[in-house]
Design a protein around this ligand. Structure first.
Ligand SMILES: [Zn+2]
Length: 173
């Protein structure tokens, strides 16, 4: 399910809003006052002070909604990584990624944002390894073991062989 988005351009930067006014801004989405209270109590929406009625600066509401809206977009395409600077999914510069293999059973890929060259990180599942190699130019694979079996360097390739011999069954460990 996609999240309901609240366009922050309806909020005036220099205005202050009470909770009813915020609901009125987004009346078409059916925004409920309880939701706004939850934003304040749990979501980190900043209020002007602790006095009643609760008032919120437009600029704080805009910041909050931007964060809120970008949360819903975190699902990036397989060949893209969420760039913290661009605040959106971005293709990887020269498709070059480094993979760190974590013992928790996932892969951490890192690469540079094609737009701003910021370093981006994304976790993939172990079974994505083959697809990662096909999609990206994997420049390095780092294995992060906690020295339990330091000589075991065949982890990924052994798993690939195992998978090749099986018929699409995704079995991890
Ligand atoms: Zn970027």
């Amino acid at each position: 399910m996609s999240k309901r988005l609240y366009p922050h351009n309806r909020v005036r930067y220099w205005s202050a809003y009470d909770l009813d006014e915020i609901c009125a801004l987004f009346s078409d989405t059916g925004l409920h006052i309880q939701t706004v209270r939850r934003w304040i109590n749990k979501g980190g929406l900043q209020t002007i002070d602790r006095n009643k009625p609760t008032l919120i600066y437009g600029q704080n509401l805009i910041d909050f909604l931007k964060r809120q809206n970008s949360k819903g977009k975190c699902k990036t395409a397989f060949d893209q990584i969420y760039c913290m600077k661009c605040k959106d999914g971005r293709p990887v510069y020269q498709k070059k990624i480094v993979i760190e293999q974590h013992k928790g059973g996932f892969l951490k890929a890192s690469g540079l944002c094609r737009e701003c060259k910021n370093r981006m990180f994304k976790s993939y599942k172990m079974e994505d390894y083959g697809a990662l190699k096909r999609t990206f130019h994997v420049v390095d694979v780092l294995e992060l073991y906690d020295c339990v079996t330091p000589t075991d360097k065949t982890h990924i390739s052994a798993q690939e062989q195992k998978r090749a011999s099986e018929s699409g069954q995704m079995e991890l460990f």
